[in-house]
Design a protein. Structure first.
Length: 174
């Protein structure tokens, strides 16, 4: 029996103020061909999975907290206990709009790395409205900054994201 234990999975911190721990595939002891799954903690007031798309279909399930979900041209608030389906190749973004961390579980298939993880770390995410379709009207801005010190992982736990991705909810339209 193979068990993945969140307490034993260091995960990775991304510039847009979130920590991702792979439960299935990636650095997890559980490897699957047909899907990947993980736990994500979005920091309060703006922690984000930035505007991106991918070939896989995906589900986000909000374990706790409140977040703005942008999917194509739509924008809606997701709360604890809600899940959203993300079709393949549709641009999407999730931003914590609460004063406490927002935790979510993602599941996508088929398994494998998705380009936006590396693009975010490298500062090369396609920018909304420039290299990618625009965000929905009224959406929180996309964080496209990279860290000052590069990739953040269990070997570099004390690094912090660039300040330019801080508080993405402050100046957002209500």
């Amino acid at each position: 029996m193979i068990i993945a234990d969140l307490a034993q999975i260091p995960g990775r911190t991304y510039p847009a103020r979130r920590r991702t721990q792979n439960l299935v595939s990636g650095a997890s002891p559980i490897q699957a061909r047909n899907f990947s799954m993980g736990n994500v903690a979005l920091e309060p007031n703006g922690g984000q999975v930035p505007w991106h798309n991918q070939e896989q279909e995906e589900i986000y399930f909000i374990v706790e907290g409140e977040a703005e979900m942008c999917l194509g041209e739509e924008r809606q608030t997701l709360r604890t206990g809600q899940a959203v389906y993300i079709p393949p190749r549709v641009f999407h973004q999730l931003t914590n709009i609460g004063d406490v961390p927002c935790r979510m579980i993602y599941c996508y298939g088929p398994a494998g790395d998705v380009a936006h993880w590396r693009q975010e770390l490298d500062g090369t995410l396609p920018r909304a409205g420039i290299e990618a379709p625009p965000l929905p009207v009224g959406a929180r801005p996309q964080c496209t900054e990279r860290t000052a010190r590069g990739a953040l992982d269990d070997d570099n736990q004390n690094s912090r994201p660039a300040a330019s991705c801080a508080n993405l909810t402050e100046d957002a339209p209500k």
